[in-house]
Design a protein around this ligand. Structure first.
Ligand code: DGJ
Length: 573
């Protein structure tokens, strides 16, 4: 968008530009270059056998390797009851509209083992076949002993037989709705079903790897009781804290001082429950991986990230941020502890991302709200090196989970996400590789809509501002009133930046203006663009379409809702 300027206005503009040049924030042109960032295999190439999907970690970073290269999951999760062949026709168009490369779909224990020992994997077959036809990968969600903490998805021969598969006992002696994690019979039954699922999966997908990861249970934990108080649980609670947990916590209690209560005091009940649920989940994951060794993760109904609240107010024993280390110690077969984030506000959202990036835990957001303001958080996730991001409830079955998510699940309503995915889609493999091997940063517009400054290793810094037109500045009051940028009722801006070399950065963003300046290490110098290339990746090679200069750089690098990738080379004078 360009505004017409009168002569006197133009001279004011020139003055602003001159001021900018003095401050070292504007640029000159440079030659186009073709540079290679990475060589990435095509997403679903079917020629040579490909290595099994797996997670790798290096220097505090993680990558989900799919077909032998880092994979960026542009995900979408379907509604809970869309796990039937009859509903799949409502799934694929939504996946296409949002531009996802991966669909997360639940497979329920009740569905695959309605009668004990008799398995029916016809839905899994339909799902995998149709996912291939629709050119998307799949993350399977195992709804077994816990689905949002309850056993609703367990078959009736499990959930209605409290004697064989006991529920937890609350402190007052009454029965909880939640199955007990202390019961070997329940664990064995869940393990058997899950192992059968993974065995079947290997048979139908062991070469093609359409399914790339599996979630074990869904939002485990318990509401209304911090732990199991059954006689069996009480006995274990009075016993010693397992060595593996003491080691993880770096604790060495004296002999006779190592009971849960003695070691963990007021946290003992919750930690005990977390340990036993995590151990149970580990047992299930281990049985499945013994059949077919795909990466596995758990998802969390999160705890308040910024408030000091007790386990009575959240799903105690689930993988909340305060027990990530306990899950890691108890569940080595689980690769990732992932938060489901439905907090709309930026402070809470970013806080959750921070909390789940600790303990060397790979960042992955398997569920988030489908409303407009959630889409921009993909920039925060991918900028931090996250392996994936998925809004929830993405299908055209006519269900919406507003007020948790959005009201409008339609091509129009999905646009905030489809814009983000259209931006990352063509560079998904390159970005995943950069996020794993190079340094990357990402910001999402805050609720305060204020500028954000990203320190790029002290040598450079980027200021990201929002709500600017592509030309000029929003505080140009001398122009009189002019319109606000449309489509910005809710915050939707953000950007990611990857360092390619000391002075060279790759930039992807939407609804944001990015201005570079020197960092503290180059204080006193003035910044100048050596070049700003707009381009794309073709077979892993960077191809320049044009060089930005003049109006396109004089007011910062203005990213709209058009999917544009920039390679920026900085210099000083
Ligand atoms: C989180 C759960 O994990 C999902 O399965 C679903 O119930 C959403 N909440 C809400 O729609």
């Amino acid at each position: 968008m360009h505004m017409k300027l009168s002569g006197s206005s133009t001279s004011k503009v020139s003055a602003v530009i001159r001021k900018g040049i003095r401050q070292g924030v504007l640029t000159l042109a440079a030659a186009a270059m073709v540079m290679s960032v990475s060589a990435a295999p095509a997403a679903l190439a079917q020629s040579a056998p490909k290595p099994i999907p797996h997670l790798v970690k290096k220097n505090g970073k993680a990558a989900l390797m799919v077909d032998g290269a880092p994979y960026l999951m542009l995900g979408a999760q379907v509604n809970n009851s869309s796990n039937y062949p009859s509903q799949l026709p409502y799934v694929w168009p939504a996946l296409k509209d949002i531009g996802a490369n991966t669909v997360e779909v639940n497979v329920a224990w009740e569905q695959v083992e309605p009668v004990e020992g008799q398995y029916d994997f016809s839905f899994v077959d339909a799902l995998v076949t149709q996912a291939r036809e629709n050119n998307v990968r799949v993350v399977l969600l195992w709804f077994g002993t816990w689905k949002n903490t309850s056993p609703h998805y367990a078959p009736d021969w499990v959930k209605l037989n409290n004697k064989r598969f006991p529920r937890m006992t609350k402190q007052d002696g009454t029965i909880s709705y939640c199955l007990s994690p202390m019961e070997e019979t329940t664990l064995e039954a869940d393990k058997k079903a899950f192992a059968a699922l993974m065995r079947h999966l290997k048979k139908i997908d062991g070469e093609q790897h359409t399914v790339i990861m599996v979630q074990v249970q869904n939002e485990s934990g318990t509401y209304g009781s911090v732990r199991d108080y059954s006689p069996k649980a009480e006995k274990v609670f009075k016993g010693p804290v397992p060595e593996a947990l003491l080691k993880k916590k770096g604790l060495k209690p004296a002999k006779g001082q190592n009971s849960w209560e003695q070691v963990f005091g007021k946290h003992a009940d919750e930690y005990f429950h977390a340990w036993h649920i995590a151990s149970y989940i580990n047992g299930v994951a281990e049985a499945g991986r013994a059949e077919y060794d795909l990466p596995m993760y758990v998802n969390a109904a999160i705890r308040e990230p910024l408030l000091d609240v007790g386990p009575e107010s959240y799903s105690s024993g689930g993988p909340t941020h305060n027990v990530i280390d306990i899950y890691q110690a108890a569940a080595p077969k689980i690769d990732i502890i992932a938060p489901d984030i439905y907090k709309r506000d930026s402070k809470n959202y970013e806080a959750v991302l921070d909390l789940y990036s600790k303990y060397d835990n790979p960042l992955f957001v398997p569920e988030t709200g489908s409303d407009t303001e959630f889409a921009r958080y993909a920039f925060s996730v991918f900028g931090r090196g996250g392996i994936g991001f998925a809004p929830f409830g993405i299908d055209y079955t006519g269900y919406t989970n507003y007020p948790l998510g959005g009201k409008d699940i339609s091509p129009e309503g999905l646009k905030p996400f489809s814009k983000v995915y259209a931006l990352f889609g063509p560079a998904q493999r390159e970005w995943a590789k950069l996020a794993f091997e190079n340094q990357t940063w990402g910001v999402a517009e805050g609720d305060d809509r204020a500028d954000q400054v990203v320190d790029l290793n002290g040598r450079w810094k980027a200021t990201v501002s929002y709500g600017e037109w592509q030309f000029g500045f929003k505080n140009w009051t001398w122009l009189g009133d002019f319109e606000a940028v449309p489509g910005r009722e809710k915050p939707n801006g953000g950007m990611v930046v990857a360092q390619l070399s000391e002075d060279e950065f790759l930039l992807l963003g939407l609804h944001a203006r990015v201005t570079f300046d020197v960092g503290d290490k180059q204080k006193g110098k003035n910044v100048i663009y050596r070049s700003v290339e707009e381009g794309r990746f073709v077979d892993g090679k960077w191809v320049v379409d044009r060089i930005w200069n003049g109006d396109q750089t004089d007011y910062g690098l203005n990213l709209t809702d058009a999917p544009r990738i920039l390679k920026v080379k900085l210099a000083t004078y």
